[in-house]
Design a protein around this ligand. Structure first.
Ligand code: HEM
Ligand SMILES: N[C@@H](CC(=O)c1ccccc1NC=O)C(=O)O
Length: 595
């Protein structure tokens, strides 16, 4: 797999962000799209903000807006004749318009029947530009983050403080803070990308000298430290975003059509496409994928070939069969994760990869496309779709997909972890990086619980209560969110990427942990010290200190009591009280981490 030296330079300098700040306005022929975007943004901001009493006014305004969209003529977009930056902006604007168009419709309208229609005025140019970019024809992480940033002060360099977002759905600073968190991680993560590139490139022209080896160890240590910085930036998402705003006000705008079997399909008028695409997720960040790829952490069933596999239809006719390239084969598509029953995925489709820009029609089920889970894997993973990562790659720009394939071929930690087996220092560095990634995944699971699981349970409760009241007008009974059991959560809660999210995230964390345990077993190694510790780590160490200290204190006390008889007195009640408190705190922390 060849990645041009030019694009490699690009990754080095700006990570996965574009070299230049993204375009903020499309050229003249496409200004109507820009005006429609402004109109929708203003309507949502002004009418939603005032009060809920304005909801119907918002509905009315948006229905007028949708009419304009339907009546707009199809403007031809010829990406081959445009600068790449224009294509990025076109994909960004069109996918924002599609989200406004679909998500501003009432829930009944969206679920009525099985198909939601995207007017040709949006669908035709969107499919053209998506083919050109080798990306899915739906709002992606690239649209919301990578192609959506601006310098605050163009005279200063790009830094985590000197950036802002261009377009938002709600125009609320909380939404900006959410996207900025990812953007800042992308900027900060450039240090890792640079280190990975250096190592992987030098592997091709390998000299294996001592200096090379020292450099490798230094680079892997850089990655470990950088991952901890990323975790700190990630945790700061809490500083400017409330779970209520995230879940109830912002998230509905970015939903895709991959929210379970009852999700409607999206029909792209004038293109022949019917898809059930996933919404955006930072799981589409090539920077985040590169850590797993580089460190050799495997997530089973995430093997992958580039292209966009999101193009298919769930015809839901025969639950046990899938039509593939003219043949009918028995299969199951793990597309929507968790509670997937065998489904039909009769593909339609066009592929959005470079290699197949021509109107190639092929049958693909995005997740199972490259790897259909075996019996063993299903049992092992408790029916969780672990091919999420492979599917998410098909929502990345094609260069990022190709870069990840190149990295997999060239990482020094491929196959046998050659340098690791050779050197204790490299092994330690690798173990520290893996553990740092695991810490990031722990933090991520906690944030997902706080921002998705708990608000979803709360909403489910309120809806159940309202329904019960409407049915038999029984008095309102409290329904604490915590009462909802796990199976209900699984049914009602999905990620924008369409997954049954917590089981998936836990498996990914487990795979990471196993990679770390594996190397630690081979050579028990000292942990590389973290450069920055979060308050949680401090608490962890303090508790460990007191717990161990408490145990020691008890042993020493007993010893002294035996030794000195009655000379040493110790308040037994106080001591055991302390122990109980410490144990219970400890178990709370363990439970919190496991959640
Ligand atoms: C409030 C903030 C966030 C929430 C609620 C959230 C939620 C989720 C959810 C629900 C998933 C499951 C997959 C799916 O989308 O269906 C997921 C996956 C993922 N998210 Fe986030 N996310 C947040 C922020 C971030 C950020 C800032 C990053 C990094 C840039 C990130 C990186 C990932 C990755 C890499 C995955 C794939 C699973 C893995 O590798 O462990 N997330 N996220
Ligand atoms: N998967 C997340 C959404 C998400 O993480 C996301 C979506 C769009 C752009 C960036 C995202 N992640 C972090 O900024 C969710 O289920 O809400």
């Amino acid at each position: 797999m060849e990645v041009s030296s030019e694009s490699r330079r690009g990754y080095t300098k700006y990570g996965f962000l574009t070299q230049e700040p993204p375009l903020r306005q499309l050229p003249l022929p496409f200004c109507q799209w820009e005006s429609l975007l402004k109109e929708a943004q203003v309507a949502v901001r002004t009418l939603k903000r005032i009060s809920t009493a304005c909801e119907s006014e918002l509905d009315y305004t948006m229905s007028q807006w949708r009419r304009q969209v339907r009546q707009m003529r199809v403007i031809r977009f010829e990406p081959q004749r445009c600068l790449e930056a224009v294509s990025h902006r076109a994909h960004h604007v069109l996918t924002f318009l599609v989200q406004y168009y679909i998500q501003s419709q009432s829930e009944e309208a969206r679920n009525r029947g099985t198909v939601v229609r995207i007017p040709a005025s949006l669908a035709v140019p969107l499919v053209a530009v998506s083919r050109h970019l080798g990306i899915a024809p739906i709002l992606t992480y690239a649209d919301t983050v990578l192609w959506n940033w601006k310098w605050i002060d163009p005279k200063k360099a790009v830094s985590v403080q000197n950036v802002g977002m261009i377009d938002l759905f709600t125009n609320d600073s909380q939404e900006e803070h959410f996207f900025l968190t990812s953007l800042r991680m992308e900027i900060c993560g450039r240090a890792s990308t640079k280190a990975m590139l250096e190592m992987s490139q030098s592997r091709s022209k390998r000299s294996d000298g001592d200096d090379d080896h020292r450099q490798l160890v230094e680079n892997v240590r850089t990655i470990a430290r950088n991952l901890d910085e990323l975790t700190d930036i990630f945790c700061a998402v809490r500083e400017g975003l409330t779970p209520d705003f995230f879940y109830n006000d912002f998230r509905p705008w970015i939903q895709g059509a991959d929210q379970g079997i009852e999700s409607p399909s999206w029909l792209y008028e004038g293109t022949g496409l019917i898809l059930q695409p996933s919404g955006p997720s930072a799981g589409q960040s090539a920077m985040m994928h590169s850590f797993d790829v580089f460190l050799g952490i495997e997530h089973p069933h995430s093997s992958y070939a580039p292209g966009s596999g999101c193009a298919y239809i769930n015809s839901a006719l025969n639950p046990h069969r899938e039509v593939r390239e003219g043949k009918t084969i028995a299969s199951r598509c793990p597309r929507s994760g968790g509670n997937d029953k065998p489904q039909v995925h009769q593909s339609v489709s066009h592929c959005f990869s470079h290699g197949s820009r021509s109107t190639q029609s092929q049958v693909r089920c995005p997740a199972s496309n490259h790897s259909i889970p075996s019996e063993r894997s299903s049992a092992q993973s408790n029916e969780v779709d672990t091919s999420f990562n492979a599917r998410m790659r098909t929502y990345m720009p094609i260069q990022h997909q190709e870069y990840l394939l190149w990295l997999k071929e060239h990482t020094p930690f491929r196959h046998t972890r050659e340098p690791v087996l050779k050197s204790q220092a490299a092994l330690e560095a690798h173990g520290a990086a893996v553990r740092a990634l695991q810490r990031w995944r722990n933090a991520h699971i906690q944030v997902v619980t706080q921002y998705v699981i708990l608000p979803a349970r709360r909403k489910f409760c309120l809806e159940a209560q309202a329904a019960a009241m409407a049915e038999n007008s029984t008095p309102r009974r409290e329904c604490p969110a915590a009462e909802i059991d796990e199976s209900t959560t699984k049914q009602v809660v999905r990620g924008t990427g369409g997954t049954s999210l917590i089981p998936l995230l836990k498996i990914y964390r487990e795979n990471t942990r196993n990679a770390a345990v594996g190397s630690a077993l081979m050579h028990p190694a000292k942990e590389i010290t973290r450069v920055q510790r979060g308050p949680f780590d401090l608490l962890w160490w303090l508790l460990s200190f007191f717990a161990v200290g408490g145990l020691l204190l008890r042993d020493v006390t007993e010893f002294l009591q035996k030794l000195l008889g009655a000379m040493v007195t110790f308040d037994k009640a106080g001591e055991s009280g302390l122990m109980v408190m410490l144990c219970s705190l400890w178990s709370h922390i363990l439970v919190a981490i496991d959640n």
